[in-house]
Design a protein around this ligand. Structure first.
Ligand code: B12
Length: 212
């Protein structure tokens, strides 16, 4: 018998919208951990990305993938829930200038909220100034910069530099996240941490915020 996960990865990478929604709902109903669904989302988007690189998928297919992924997240978010009670502090997140990918960021936001953080999600294509204003307004412990494009790395570096020039670098810890980041990118951008996976990212954000 095939596992629900395998069918899900195949349906998502084939952009079979109805099947993906059906399987997501089925997996949630059978009380499966949303994390294993998120892991399968990652597997499927790797396949989608590869097909795009090979010229088998086009931008229209990426758009379709984005639409399906949004719906999957809409199903998962309420299940992951928000932790009630004492806040673990504020985190400001956003996708850096020039980059409009936000599905990973919405996963990170949902996981942080489930952990008890108050998250201010600025959205996509955010210039350095937007992060600076949000730091001044919300006084977060941690700032998360997301970006999936190689070009986003330059935007991340500019954002960290602008935060420094505004005299705010000592007030916040910064984590860069997305498919193209690494320890090297962390050093290059001047961030404190990096993550190419939401669960690892949330663990690192907890450590940066110095909460258990
Ligand atoms: C869907 C998609 C789109 C959708 C996005 C819709 C949306 N609302 O986000 C649309 C159609 C808009 C799109 C557009 C483009 N895309 Co696109 N897209 C993808 C695709 C297929 C999936 C991305 C995704 O959502 N993945 C699922 C999530 C869950 O994964 P994730 O984003 O990596 O996030 C995880 C981690 O990275 C981490 N994380 C992410 N952010 C953060 C932040 C913090 C703080 C932390 C801690 C962690 C963290 O946690 C997440 C969960 O584990 C990828 C392929 C891929 N392999 O990534 C290409 C991909 C990213 N796109 C690519 C390209 C080239 C483009 C376009 C330039 C195409 C074009 N010619 O127009 C445009 C660029 C537009 C722009 N200016 O940004 C390339 C990038 C190549 C590169 N090295 O630069 C990729 C890799 C495809 C490929 N293999 O070529 N895309």
């Amino acid at each position: 018998m095939r596992m629900a996960g395998e069918d899900f990865v195949k349906a998502l990478s084939d952009l079979d919208e109805a099947k993906v929604i059906e399987l997501t709902e089925k997996r949630i109903k059978s009380k499966e951990d949303p994390f294993s669904i998120i892991e399968d989302v990652r597997k499927a988007t790797e396949i989608i990305g590869r097909r795009f690189e090979e010229g088998r998928y086009f931008v229209s297919d990426l758009i379709m993938a984005g639409e399906i992924l949004k719906q999957v997240m809409d199903i998962l978010r309420p299940v992951m829930g928000k932790r009630k009670g004492v806040s673990k502090g504020k985190v400001v997140v956003g996708t850096v200038e020039g980059d409009v990918h936000d599905i990973g960021l919405s996963i990170v936001t949902a996981l942080l909220e489930a952990e008890g953080f108050e998250v201010v999600n600025l959205g996509v294509d955010q210039p350095p100034q937007a992060f600076i204003e949000a730091i001044r307004k919300h006084n977060p412990k941690v700032v998360g910069l997301s970006g999936l494009l190689t070009e986003a790395i330059e935007s991340m570096k500019k954002t960290v530099e602008a935060i420094k020039a505004a005299g705010l670098r000592d007030k916040v810890k910064i984590i860069v996240g997305g498919g193209r980041v690494s320890g090297e990118v962390k050093e290059y951008t001047g961030a404190d941490e990096w993550a190419d996976d939401a669960a690892v990212g949330v663990r690192k954000i907890k450590a940066l915020a110095e909460v258990a």
